[in-house]
Design a protein around this ligand. Structure first.
Ligand SMILES: [Zn+2]
Length: 52
């Protein structure tokens, strides 16, 4: 199994908005489909995997 479902907490380092998303972990990378924050920030995030 190389795919596992994870929950991911994303915090925007620009405005501080938090998002909790479901994603998939694939070969050490987490894919959530998250594109950008409400403040149009697309790059500067703190991403944490949350235990399900
Ligand atoms: Zn933001």
């Amino acid at each position: 199994m190389s795919l596992s479902r994870v929950k991911v907490a994303i915090r925007c380092n620009i405005c501080g908005e938090k998002f909790v998303l479901r994603g998939r972990r694939e070969k050490g990378k987490i894919d959530t489909g998250f594109k950008q924050c409400l403040c149009n920030n697309t790059l500067d995030f703190e991403i944490q995997e949350v235990a399900l």
